[in-house]
Write a protein that binds this ligand. Structure first.
Ligand SMILES: [Zn+2]
Length: 156
């Protein structure tokens, strides 16, 4: 699963991390993510910043989303996974994502839900997944993408 993210999302350094805001949180985001690519974002930072994705510039969102995805995969029962699903469902600016990336996002979201004890039993998780597919499938289906995104299997 992590290999899939590494393949889909290139390691990229971003200069404009934040969306112009100068508050303490956004400044600390800038300091933390400046000069590194997503693979090097410390896990502890993501754990304590599970809600900050909407504060990132779009360029930074494109570059660093996989760091949050990876953390959600590693800790599907952690707070990050749930926040991430909500973000992917409600707030994404999907422009600039490749078909491979969109497919990886859907796969990662399904993996998080099916491997989380908590989320796999919540009806809201199913709604999250349905909405995430609605948002990201058209991008995953663009030319060059795998024609079929594997459907989730309930292993209950
Ligand atoms: Zn701010």
């Amino acid at each position: 699963m992590e290999a899939m993210l590494l393949e889909a999302f290139p390691q990229r350094v971003v200069e404009n991390i934040r969306e112009g805001c100068n508050c303490e949180t956004c400044r600390s985001l800038q300091t933390q993510l400046e000069g590194i690519s997503w693979r090097d974002v410390p896990k502890e930072f993501i754990r304590s910043n599970d809600w900050v994705l909407p504060l990132l510039s779009h360029e930074a969102y494109l570059a660093f989303l996989p760091a949050w995805l990876r953390q959600g995969i590693l800790e599907p029962d952690g707070p990050n996974a749930q926040m991430l699903l909500v973000n992917l469902r409600h707030e994404p600016d999907t422009s600039g994502f490749t078909s491979l990336q969109a497919a990886a996002i859907i796969d990662a979201a399904q993996f998080m839900v099916s491997s989380s004890k908590m989320m796999s039993e919540e009806p809201e998780s199913m709604e999250n997944i349905a909405d995430i597919k609605r948002v990201w499938s058209p991008i995953a289906a663009q030319l060059g993408a795998p024609a079929d995104v594997p459907a989730s299997r309930d292993r209950g």
